[in-house]
Ligand binder design. Structure first.
Ligand code: FAD
Length: 358
């Protein structure tokens, strides 16, 4: 009887399988066996099978995914949490979706970071047929419902991923009006999606693709990319230094309200002052933190190995109870000074000595 049931479940499409599973009140063990039947889904967990791997540029690969039935699509500009197993441990990182929302095969485009645990593993080990855990799409760095008349998609390095999803969405939806796609890269060979960008520019006369190669971006460089930048609804994603320059320029032009940003890493606070002491209650150890360092960085430098995911205050993997002391969130500027508050180590910077529950 059980064999017949399993065979019927295996043949049924994802939605029917979930319905049947719910009716049978399947427990964890059954979920495991169902996951064995189809590795791209299990109860309560999203997974995706890697369908294709594309070499985009040196050290940049796109992983085209075939998600399980739980996938509900994304909005252009959003990111997902990807979970993989590296050396026996399950680790998570955030990746922006680079594909158009209409594409049934979502894609992430990953730059290999020197010494990076997940990106390096993905580049070396993740092949077609491999399975990754996939969180729900999240984030509010998205195109507005009504496309603005003048758009600037501005990116640097792997920051191209969310804005490429936006460009693909606009082009696919026939809404490719007055759009500048401006990208900064070390060299022409490092420009991600170069072939598709050229093809889109040839197809859409109102799309202008502008590149800034080599030298770090400055105000003249920005104005060369988009002389009317202050008039454009701008979507920016790139390395911290480039984003800081852009923020200053938009502010100087009185156009900060037109600048929307996605960060892959925590902005560097201006460091100054003395070291502070992080007292760790559970282990009894103590770590000295450099001024301006996030608690995660300080703990890592001090030899601790706290769990982390996005390093950006998104995934909550590094959430930790602060017993006493004051921290500031380097992304939002929020201050936590009450005792026994939960904070995220990856974005918190100490304003004095602290005691953590670790
Ligand atoms: C919203 C969002 C979207 C993103 N989208 C993309 C995307 O589309 N494409 C993309 O390529 N990336 C993206 N990222 C970045 C991505 O999440 C990862 O941060 C990146 O791939 C590096 O992860 P990793 O595991 O390879 O590196 P990690 O292992 O996390 O290391 C990161 C850095 O920290 C250093 N480090 C690690 N451990 C220690 C330690 N113990 N002590 C000291 N230093 C240490 C490493 O040397 C390295 O320089 C995104 C991030 C966010 C927050």
């Amino acid at each position: 009887m059980e064999k017949v049931r399993s065979a019927a479940l295996a043949r049924a499409p994802g939605g029917v399988m979930r319905g049947v599973a719910a009716r049978l009140h399947l427990d964890k063990a059954a979920a495991f066996w169902l996951a064995e039947l189809d590795a791209t889904w299990s109860l309560g967990e999203r997974r995706a099978r890697v369908e294709r791997v594309i070499d985009e540029a040196p050290d940049v690969k796109t992983f085209v995914l075939a998600p399980g039935g739980a996938w509900r699509g994304h909005r252009a500009g959003q990111h997902v949490t990807v979970e993989v197993e590296v050396d026996g441990a399950r680790v998570r990182r955030c990746y922006s979706l680079s594909s158009a929302p209409s594409d049934p095969r979502p894609a992430i485009t990953v730059k290999r970071v020197e010494g990076g645990r997940v990106s390096d593993w993905m580049h070396r080990r993740l092949r077609p047929g491999g399975v990754v855990g996939l969180g729900a799409p999240a984030g509010d760095f998205t195109l507005p419902e009504v496309t603005p008349p003048k758009v600037l998609l501005l990116s640097g390095g792997s920051g191209a991923t969310p804005v490429m999803s936006m460009l693909r969405a606009l082009a696919g939806g026939g809404a490719l009006g007055d759009v500048v796609y401006a990208h900064c890269a070390r060299s022409r060979a490092d420009v991600i999606f170069a072939t598709e960008l050229a093809a889109l520019a040839a197809l859409h006369p109102r799309l202008r693709v502008a590149l800034h190669l080599g030298a770090p971006l400055d105000e003249p460089g920005l104005l060369a990319l988009a002389p009317d930048l202050a008039e454009r609804e701008t979507f920016l994603c790139g390395p911290s230094g480039m984003m800081a320059v852009a923020e200053r320029v938009w502010e100087a032009h009185g156009a900060s309200h037109r600048l929307r940003r996605e960060r892959f890493s925590v902005p560097r606070p201006t460091a100054g002052g003395a070291k502070v002491r992080l007292q760790l209650a559970a282990s009894g150890r103590a770590v000295d933190a450099d001024p301006g360092a996030t608690l995660l960085e300080a703990l890592e430098r001090g030899g601790e190995r706290p769990a982390y995911g996005c390093r950006m205050g998104i995934c909550n993997t590094c959430r930790c109870r602060k017993r006493s002391g004051t921290v500031v969130d380097a992304v939002t500027g929020a201050v936590s000074s009450e005792p026994d508050e939960d904070i995220r180590l990856c974005v918190s910077v100490a304003r004095g000595d602290l005691e953590l529950a670790l």
